[in-house]
Design a protein around this ligand. Structure first.
Ligand code: B12
Length: 306
């Protein structure tokens, strides 16, 4: 993905004239920066925002430095998307996974919907394969890596909010799962937070240091594997007791969250999906108004209305 593009490049990528693009930039419909020579330049996340909000067809993703696999253009019903993505992961087709994830976002799906409706069910199916065939283990590991690549590309394309409130989170010691916390960071970034992801296997003591250093508004914890229940429940309870004195908003979730002691989770919000995380974050950012910032992303105006 290119960091910035010219009006000419963005115009070519979505099939409009360069003069229209320059006019929209001058009308303030697209935020541009200027080079020393005065040339307009469009940051990639701004180009992505414009394409998504106007529902513009991305006919030349390669011009923006994005993958242009057929998967990007194939029309798939939401119910088939998870199965299609699962097939792509089993085939090890990284280009198709990146294209499909970006295409789903550009057509208006929220980050939370993409994770809950496409990534989670696809990985859940892949997680069953090792029971039937030992090759299922490497397929699962490779699928995880392909998801990391596609999710990283989408995260880098998300709008960047200046002076955004901070959200911070990860998975506890002994929990090696990468995708759940990465997904939480993406959803919170799409909801206007600056997300600090400590990732898998993070001792709760490091959460306290990170909270002191970053002063977050929101803390998330994801639990997919409990290696030592006594240790995890005690350290989580200690951290939450300490954090609750700091008027921090805390939300927890994950495949194994039900395996945690209720006492350890007292006073914190438990969520089952990325949609619930998005709604919680939106409420925090908008003083309780429900909904989510990363809705269908359309400004309701097509290109001809610009
Ligand atoms: C990938 C994977 C692994 C990989 C992880 C690679 C990596 N480093 O990230 C590795 C290889 C490490 C792994 C290991 C194991 N795994 Co595993 N793994 C999976 C798999 C296939 C996908 C998990 C994933 O990342 N999903 C994608 C994320 C985005 O989805 P999610 O975790 O479901 O999260 C959703 C919700 O929980 C929620 N959520 C998650 N976090 C949060 C946080 C907040 C705040 C909120 C609000 C919501 C929320 O929203 C998410 C999206 O909808 C699952 C299958 C599954 N879950 O059904 C099995 C699975 C979880 N693993 C399983 C098992 C058994 C194991 C092992 C014990 C296998 C073994 N014998 O070694 C080990 C245990 C860990 C260890 N000690 O190594 C079983 C668990 C069964 C059980 N009853 O606990 C599963 C279900 C597979 C199966 N069908 O048997 N695994």
């Amino acid at each position: 993905m290119k960091p910035v593009v010219s009006p000419k490049e963005l115009a070519l990528a979505i099939g409009v004239s360069e003069s229209s693009m320059k006019r929209w930039a001058d009308d303030g419909k697209i935020t541009v920066s200027r080079t020393a020579g005065g040339h307009r330049r469009i940051p990639i996340h701004e180009a992505i925002r414009f394409i998504r909000e106007t529902r513009s067809p991305l006919i030349r993703p390669d011009i923006l430095g994005l993958e242009s696999s057929p998967a990007a253009t194939e029309v798939i019903s939401p119910s088939d998307a998870a199965e299609r993505f699962g097939r792509i992961l089993i085939d090890g087709d990284t280009a198709a996974a990146r294209s499909m994830m970006m295409a789903l976002y550009l057509e208006g799906q929220s980050v939370a919907d993409i994770i809950d409706d496409v990534v989670q069910p696809a990985m859940q199916e892949i997680g069953k394969r090792w029971e039937h065939d030992s090759t299922g283990v490497y397929e699962e590991h490779r699928a995880t890596d392909i998801c990391i690549q596609a999710m990283t590309e989408l995260r880098l394309a998300l709008p960047q909010v200046p002076n955004a409130p901070i959200a911070l989170g990860g998975a506890p010691s002994g929990d090696p799962y990468i995708l759940p916390s990465m997904a939480a960071a993406m959803v919170l970034a799409a909801e206007g937070f600056h997300a600090v992801n400590l990732g898998p296997n993070s001792p709760l003591a490091s959460f306290s240091d990170a909270v002191n250093a970053n002063q977050p508004k929101l803390v998330w914890l994801t639990v997919s594997h409990i290696s030592n229940p006594a240790v995890i429940n005690r350290s989580v309870k200690e951290f939450f007791d300490w954090a609750s004195q700091k008027s921090l908003q805390i939300i927890v979730g994950g495949y194994q969250i039900q395996g945690m002691d209720a006492a350890a989770l007292q006073g914190v919000r438990v969520g089952r999906s990325m949609r619930e995380l998005a709604a919680f974050a939106h409420g925090l950012n908008t003083g309780g108004r429900h909904g989510k910032t990363d809705g269908n992303g359309s400004n309701g105006k097509s290109l001809s209305d610009q």
